[in-house]
Write a protein that binds this ligand. Structure first.
Ligand SMILES: [Zn+2]
Length: 224
């Protein structure tokens, strides 16, 4: 059963679909509204999505910029989907790579949130919020990432189990290694993978990430 459809007067907010952008943010910005997202299918019914405008959103970086997010629509489900490049997460201003750095520094290297925020040039409250959301979602993330890793390679995934946050980082790394061993250099950078496999909702608050629907193999079909 798919999600309820936006028929009968019920309106749903647009959902995000994360897709792999092979280059950096400035290359994306340079494309402006001409950005090409390739063919995308409806996550509910599988039909090819049709063109349907887009919107601007901010991305924080050197000289914070606005970029164009393309939106497409399923004519059968009558829902539109925001096509988020994999260097972003839903509702987060910063690049996923920056968010990942903050998590790796604070969880992996035990650096305090204040020096982490200073090093990355983000407000401390923002960095602290990333960490808090990561902590809340850590257990779900471990379960999903281990399942994905095992689908890529059936060998057991060895995790330290020290605490949930560290274990979540280890599980992300383990899944990444197995993806790379199987698919080689085509596999995106670690934190972009995190965005791809969580559908941009890795730090989401009100909707579960669609981890379960992304196996190691069909996840690769997201990559052009
Ligand atoms: Zn559909």
């Amino acid at each position: 059963m798919g999600r309820p459809k936006g028929l009968g007067g019920v309106r749903y907010p647009p959902l995000s679909i994360v897709w792999h952008w092979q280059l950096d943010v400035s290359a994306y910005l340079a494309q402006g509204q001409q950005i090409e997202v390739g063919e995308q299918t409806c996550p509910d019914c599988g039909r090819r999505l049709g063109g349907w405008s887009g919107y601007r959103r901010w991305v924080r970086g050197p000289g914070t910029e606005r970029l164009w997010i393309r939106r497409k629509r399923c004519s059968r489900c009558r829902r539109s989907h925001a096509l988020l490049p994999d260097f972003l997460l839903e509702r987060r201003l910063d690049e996923v790579h920056v968010i990942g750095q903050a998590l790796a520094l604070s969880i992996g290297s035990h650096l305090g949130m204040r020096p982490v925020a200073k090093r990355l040039g983000v407000p401390m409250t923002t960095a602290r919020d990333w960490r808090r959301r990561f902590r809340v979602n850590a257990l779900m993330m471990v379960t999903a990432l281990v399942a994905l890793a095992v689908r890529l390679d059936a060998a057991p995934v060895l995790l330290s189990g020290a605490d949930q946050e560290r274990t979540a980082l280890e599980a992300l790394g383990a899944r990444g290694q197995r993806a790379r061993a199987r698919f080689g250099e085509r596999v995106p950078q670690l934190w972009r993978c995190w965005s791809l496999i969580s559908g941009g909702r890795a730090l989401g608050t009100n909707r579960s990430p669609p981890y379960a629907g992304r196996t190691g193999v069909d996840w690769m079909t997201l990559i052009p």
